[in-house]
Design a protein around this ligand. Structure first.
Ligand code: AMO
Length: 435
């Protein structure tokens, strides 16, 4: 065969009827009814039917019906209109090439009616990802990431890539993976925080990064990964955090909108994507605590919202007609060292939540180096460990701020997927390091 593919299943049109076409893909199903056999081939865009007649070419017929399911083949044949076939056409094979034979039994079915356990699916992720539903998630992921690029460029942001092997922990916490870096100790980046801030001292003004981050969180939950991806941005010359929140809600809105145009994929997933209204509701942290206490939560002022409180807040906000909402003016002690204080107790930090799940957090940052050193000490961190970061603040640093926004969390809420592991190709969690 001079070429393995002239068409994808979904790209065949009436113009191709009566002509020879070549298609290739995985053998999804074979129905042999004696004199005739129907072979369903699956490619990236869908499926199509090969119809083989025994009397026309016995050797070819026997080869086709004896292929194991999920083998990869290429077929050249006559494309023929047929109303009884789902696509409106079938292919009568003239030439078949078996490109790869699948072993039997399969460790996981592709079109089985019964859903396998998530662990079995993830153990066999390359087969799991052959399922139409799972491919739909990643096709939508591709669209929303492209929408983010597009939107941020229209807002004058440039894309950057910062180091993922770093010398001091970017979030100051303990959830950090330590690695051996020749004779030194290093860490895997928990976020691009220190670097995106240092870039504000360069004059690049508005930067974004879409990349991987690593967190050694011990808990195995349905919304935490140990390796996750995020959209981070940082912008300078802001007046306050409101400037950042406006960009964030614009970003989310545009990603949501582009996803709502993926009709085929949303159909496969049975997902209903309704466009949110802008602006998103702003609630201060104090209001949130009052709302939660009124509904019976025992959360105290100063506490970070736990899973149950976030869920309850999601319900309260839904009753008020909001799926997306910000929590602003967080207590200073609940936010990382780089967050700009607002008086003694409060900060310029915020979270964006969707239906009870945190999608993003951000803040105006401290740009005064003395204040930054003081805050590091208050947070039990040693300014000496942050020397190269602090240097970036000593020779002209404009007021700035930004946010980090989890891509997998966003997909979970967008597509109503219950487990975050389904939103990343090869998840890394507390126990999973393969495949
Ligand atoms: P934060 O730690 O809140 O903020 O992280 C930002 C966003 O990243 C996502 N996220 C995660 N997703 C899956 N698994 C995890 N373990 C995980 N951890 C975080 C969430 C979260 O809202 N430097 C700040 C951001 C900033 O202020 O610019 C930061 O990292 O969606």
């Amino acid at each position: 065969m001079e070429s393995y593919r002239s068409h994808y299943s979904k790209d065949v049109t009436e113009k191709d009827y009566g002509k020879l076409i070549t298609i290739s893909g995985w053998v999804e199903d074979i129905r042999n009814i004696g004199s005739i056999a129907f072979i369903i081939i699956r490619d990236k865009k869908g499926t199509l039917q090969i119809t083989a007649l025994k009397k026309k070419n016995l050797e070819l017929f026997e080869r086709l019906v004896s292929i194991s399911r999920e083998s990869v083949i290429a077929v050249k044949g006559l494309c023929k209109a047929n109303d009884k076939v789902r696509n409106g056409y079938e292919v009568l094979p003239e030439e078949v090439e078996i490109l790869s034979v699948a072993e039997t039994p399969l460790p996981l079915g592709v079109v089985d009616k019964v859903e396998s356990e998530l662990e079995t699916r993830l153990d066999n992720r390359f087969i799991d990802l052959r399922k139409q539903r799972n491919q739909a998630i990643f096709k939508i992921r591709n669209v929303v990431v492209a929408a983010a690029h597009e939107f941020l460029r229209t807002q004058n942001f440039i894309e950057v890539h910062t180091p993922k092997i770093i010398a001091s922990s970017s979030e100051g916490g303990t959830d950090v993976f330590r690695i051996k870096y020749f004779e030194k100790e290093a860490f895997l980046a928990q976020s691009p925080q220190l670097y995106k801030q240092m870039l504000m001292a360069t004059g690049l003004d508005r930067v974004f990064e879409i990349a991987w981050y690593f967190r050694a969180e011990e808990h195995n939950t349905r919304r935490h990964l140990n390796e996750s991806t995020a959209i981070d941005l940082e912008m300078a010359f802001i007046n306050d955090e409101e400037d950042i929140m406006k960009i964030l809600e614009g970003l989310v809105y545009n990603m949501w909108k582009k996803a709502s145009e993926c009709k085929d994929e949303l159909d496969v997933l049975g997902a209903n994507v309704v466009l949110p209204k802008l602006p998103f509701k702003r609630n201060t942290y104090d209001d949130v605590i009052k709302k939660l206490n009124n509904k019976g939560s025992e959360i105290a002022w100063g506490d970070d919202l736990g899973t149950e409180d976030e869920k309850l807040l999601g319900e309260i906000m839904k009753d008020e007609g909001h799926e997306f909402y910000f929590i602003t003016r967080y207590p200073l002690e609940a936010k990382p060292f780089y967050t700009m204080p607002e008086g003694d107790k409060y900060s310029r930090g915020f979270d964006l939540e969707c239906k009870g799940v945190e999608l993003a957090s951000g803040s105006q940052r401290i740009h005064d180096v003395e204040l930054l050193k003081e805050r590091l000490k208050t947070c039990d961190l040693n300014p000496k460990d942050f020397e190269s970061y602090l240097k970036g603040f000593r020779y002209g640093m404009p007021p700035h701020g930004g946010f980090g926004f989890g891509i997998e969390r966003f997909l979970m809420e967008l597509l109503d997927i219950k487990n975050i592991r389904e939103c990343i190709l090869f998840p890394r969690d507390r126990t999973r390091l393969t495949p």
